[in-house]
Write a protein that binds this ligand. Sequence first.
Ligand SMILES: [Zn+2]
Ligand SMILES: [Zn+2]
Length: 149
Amino acid sequence: MEKEFLAIIIKELEFWKVVKSNGCWELKLRTDGKYSCVQIKRIKYRAHRIAAAYYLGLNYDDENEYACHKNECNNPKCWNPEHLYVGNATTNSLDALNLGRTNWNAEKTHCKNGHEFTKQNTYIGCHGERNCRICKSNWDKAYRKRKGL
Ligand SMILES: [Zn+2]
Ligand SMILES: [Zn+2]
């Protein structure tokens, strides 16, 4: 996406901006989904993704780059770039570990179902939390079973 166009969307977002007491930015707009969105020429743009693209250099058009909310924010409607970071599918878990984003639960050695958090069995979620692959695969199986897949 062109920087000029991003700037136009940012202007629109600024117009509707509401600053919450915890520093989160939201919008004075009714949003139908989980995220804050603005609509320009009938196309909807997710506010947090636009902010990450404009301020943090996220490639908006690359589906493999994620605009993630930091733990201290964890508010999907927030688009304050200071509450966001760019994550992607290929840099994966180690970056998050190195940056200490997982400190809040780094002392845990096992998931809540008792599986050990080893390097192989751990993946980092969008909010920097550690997740257990065994549990994830069990959930996936259960989900597919429920759906009859
Ligand atoms: Zn926030
Ligand atoms: Zn587990």
